[in-house]
Design a protein around this ligand. Structure first.
Ligand code: ADP
Ligand code: ZN
Ligand code: ZN
Length: 661
């Protein structure tokens, strides 16, 4: 009887496959059940081994039992996952298992069966009560001509009608019987988008993200695979959904950091989408009003095409951004007098104000006035943030909540005070000032409950005058037509941050917030409070023209050999004992210091330097050659397996990191 041998990827943190045998031919990318040590575990078939390594004893090879008739990863998807494992230097089994529904990860009784019927997708023509404008028309025409791998950027300011362009392109694909993935940064924040898609098409619209039930996700995955669902809207985990007859990938707000997974398998769904588009030969459309430097560089090299919608739908001008020097201002909950007057006037006009402050809670510092003691998390190196509504001190790194002490634990003084500014404090101060005006806070805490965000949006749309206070959640693709004034309270932290991508981040954020204002108004204004009114970057941001600042960043980064003109990997290391991290990272740094093609920074303590009792340190590797970086990382991985120091730490590679600290 013929016996086949296979490399099988298991869901374990080892960068290798394991050899198993089978009496039948196994399908590449399909699930199998195997024994591993004393356990039965699931694996994914990676490749058939034609010639067995002579050092392996045939008798010792255990058997792999097929579970499904179908593959979880058809060819282009399979190759995309393999690419991701190599590019991010992440264990192959963990990569394979992270993109299949949780139900299929452990349970061999749940199998892949053709699911559902082929449903008819029709376009609801009644939903289109307007004609496209010239710019939209051109964009649709040019974008629909694109075939195969040819990534395109749809550059359009907020409110320019990008979403409508997505819908029209989706219509064309649906007419051809093809399917579409629409990736968004955070689905909970975009109920509007899903409603618009549902109104435009009859036929089931798949919604795929981490907060829907595992059962529902399993169903959506199956229905997509067998062609019942032709349109899926999802977050980064949807990037490798197996849609049948895929015709287009759309990735909205391509600059958004939510596309990066920063825990466990650290990957960028944007970059994986680009790879999938290449391997599957399917067009990819990126959308943004503040595209990433990476995308702009590729456009300048003619590798990506660019399509623009420069005017807003309503023909109104972009908001006017003014900076307000607050060095000599009296502030009430961080709000300067001039800003307060502007808020009053806007409310009087029956319009809405948006106040942006990127910190939730009441106050970020809880201190003893007598001895200077500061409330810190017991397991992280992080201040506790005072949350007045919950009357708790909360660690924003591990979410632990502590009682609010009445007495200082160091000196027993009762003079305890909360310092600094958070959304709750701004809300409280404004409630005192504007007793009759609806005040709506939008942050992680106010939107936690199911249905909360829908209620908030509906309250905002129902009100005339209102004050919205929010964190970066407010910057994510949502229409607030009645907002005509936007006040930015604390942009300075971003401006003076030493992080190498700080200016890119803060300018995207500020231009995105500003974009929320005045969609229906001629005279929308943005007031940017600052202590650095003469900052050169701020002056560029003030123009509201993202390209001016992006061009500057590109020039600077080219000069300094920083991304996108170089490749960065951060080697991160954690251990309950900080000296273990230092021993490990110092050894790495000594090993690499002779390599002159690579710049090494560190070891440095990460920020925060401790989370959940684990000390955190890192080394930054920067090089102009990706190929060389890859070689170095492969070399390091092999070294690490041999070192005794490795046993005392946990380490990961963070490739193209977004957070540099
Ligand atoms: P974006 O995605 O760029 O923010 P949207 O596509 O959401 O813009 O468009 C903003 C608003 O304008 C939506 O309410 C949309 O229905 C409407 N809209 C889009 N295109 C047109 C058009 N050509 N004529 C009239 N209204 C339009
Ligand atoms: Zn004290
Ligand atoms: Zn903590």
């Amino acid at each position: 009887m013929k016996i086949f041998y296979y490399d099988i990827a298991l869901n374990i943190p080892l960068r290798r496959c394991f050899t198993y045998k089978s009496r039948e031919r196994l399908v590449k990318g399909s699930r199998v059940k195997v024994s591993f040590g004393s356990k039965k575990v699931l694996g994914i078939v990676v490749r058939r081994i034609i010639k067995l390594d002579p050092s392996i004893k045939k008798d010792s090879i255990k058997e792999a039992i097929a579970i499904d008739k179908y593959s979880c990863y058809e060819k282009p998807l399979f190759n995309s996952a393999v690419w991701a494992s190599k590019y991010y230097h992440h264990p192959i089994g963990e990569v394979f298992f992270s993109f299949i529904p949780t139900v299929l990860r452990k349970d061999s009784t749940k199998t892949i069966i053709p699911f559902g019927k082929t449903s008819d997708y029709l376009i609801n023509e009644d939903d289109k009560f307007f004609n496209l404008n010239k710019e939209q028309e051109n964009a649709v025409q040019n974008l629909s001509k694109i075939k195969g791998f040819n990534p395109a950027l749809l550059y359009g300011v907020t409110g320019s009608g990008k979403t409508e362009v997505y819908l029209r392109l989706a219509e064309e694909k649906i007419k051809k019987g093809e399917s579409i993935i629409i990736l968004v940064p955070e689905i909970n924040l975009t109920p509007q988008l899903i409603n618009r898609i549902k109104n435009r098409f009859t036929g089931e619209i798949g919604v795929f993200h981490s907060s829907i039930t595992p059962k529902k996700r399993y169903e959506t995955w199956l229905k997509s695979k067998f062609g019942e669902i032709k349109i899926v809207v999802g977050t980064r985990s949807s990037v490798l959904l197996p849609l049948k007859n895929l015709g287009l990938i759309i990735l909205d707000e391509e600059h958004d950091q939510s596309y990066r997974q920063s825990e466990g398998f650290k990957f960028s769904a944007r970059d994986l989408a680009i790879k999938r588009s290449q391997l599957e030969k399917v067009p990819l459309l990126l959308g943004s009003a503040t595209p990433s430097l990476q995308t702009l560089k590729l456009i300048s090299e003619n590798k990506f095409s660019k399509h623009e919608i420069l005017k807003r739908i309503d023909g109104k001008k972009p908001p006017k951004i003014i900076t307000l020097d607050i060095n000599h201002s009296k502030l009430v909950a961080g709000i300067a007098e001039e800003s307060m007057l502007a808020i009053k006037q806007t409310i009087k006009n029956g319009e809405q104000v948006l106040i942006f402050i990127n910190r939730r809670g009441f106050a970020p510092l809880f201190e003893c006035e007598s001895c200077g003691w500061v409330a810190n998390c017991s397991s992280c190196d992080s201040n506790l943030v005072y949350h007045k509504a919950r009357n708790r001190l909360i660690c924003h790194k591990c979410e632990s909540a502590f009682n609010v002490s009445k007495k200082c634990p160091e000196c027993s003084s009762k003079e305890l005070k909360a310092y600094g500014l958070g959304t709750e404090k701004v809300e409280e101060a404004l409630r005192l000032e504007f007793r009759k005006t609806p005040i709506i806070r939008v942050d992680h805490d106010s939107t936690r409950k199911k249905g909360a965000i829908e209620k908030i949006y509906s309250d905002i749309h129902k009100s005339d005058e209102a004050i919205l206070i929010g964190t970066q959640m407010l910057t994510k693709s949502h229409d607030f037509p009645k907002v005509t004034m936007c006040i930015i309270l604390n942009a300075d932290n971003g401006l003076i941050s030493p992080e190498i991508n700080a200016i890119e981040k803060i300018s995207q954020q500020l231009i995105q917030v500003s974009g929320r204002a005045g969609r229906n108004n001629n005279v929308a204004k943005v007031i940017l409070q600052t202590r650095y009114p003469n900052d050169l970057n701020l002056k560029k941001i003030k123009t509201g023209n993202y390209h001016i600042i992006a061009d500057q960043c590109l020039k600077d980064n080219k000069l300094k050999s920083l991304p996108p003109f170089s490749s960065i990997c951060i080697l991160r290391c954690t251990s309950p004992n900080s000296s273990n991290c230092m021993k490990f990272l110092n050894k790495v740094s000594n090993l690499l210091c002779e390599k002159n093609k690579i710049e090494i920074i560190g070891p440095l303590p990460s920020i925060p330097s401790k989370i959940k009792g684990n000390s955190r340190f890192h080394i930054v590797l920067n090089t102009s050659s990706k190929a060389y970086l890859n070689k170095v990382l492969i070399f390091l991985t092999e070294e690490f397996y041999r070192w005794p120091e490795t046993k005392k730490v946990r380490w990961t590679f963070d490739i193209d990191p977004y957070d540099m600290s």
